[in-house]
Design a protein around this ligand. Sequence first.
Ligand SMILES: Cc1cc2nc3c(=O)[nH]c(=O)nc-3n(C[C@H](O)[C@H](O)[C@H](O)COP(=O)(O)O)c2cc1C
Length: 181
Amino acid sequence: MSVLIAYASKYGSTAEIAERIAGKLCDLGQNALAVPAEAAGDPTAYDAIIVGSAVYLGSWRKEATDFVRHNRATLSARPVWLFSSGPLGTETTDINGKDLEVEARPKEIDEFESEISPRGSHVFFGVLDPEKLAGRDRLMRRLPPVREILPEGDFRNWDEVDAWATSIADELARSTPSSTE
Ligand SMILES: Cc1cc2nc3c(=O)[nH]c(=O)nc-3n(C[C@H](O)[C@H](O)[C@H](O)COP(=O)(O)O)c2cc1C
């Protein structure tokens, strides 16, 4: 099956997650391509679509939300999965003891779940390299309370990314009629 992974990334770490998912899907026999959401164009030619975005201030990046909103009809007629890349650190719960993957859920996901009925939606931990931050991001991260919730480091769990991609490949393989049938 042809699978589009349309992603939005500001500093490159979400792009690397998208590329990793594409690589894993290709290893597992799918024809997958990761493309920045703003360059992805019309996804009608793809059999399945994965949309992912970095999370900033509780939201997906505009390129990804625009992609979903512009292609709502196509997305709701195909198998779709969503992923977000956001929380930082090694804790899986926030200061109130709540599950970070749930708390870090970007605000658009409810809207997209009801409008395009994705088969799955996943939050991956992300990356923060203070040297790379520009403009307002750099200033904001210097504030002590913000610095605490945005620790420096690469917190991506590649085994988790691979496992998620594998579950998608399995689901696609199950829905592809076998060539011998
Ligand atoms: C200014 C700023 C705000 C952020 N806000 C959030 C947020 O609200 N929720 C979250 O989970 N992660 C947040 N993050 C973490 C980013 O989502 C994380 O660094 C992500 O991996 C960046 O992806 P990118 O390299 O593809 O841009 C923020 C990071 C910065 C620098």
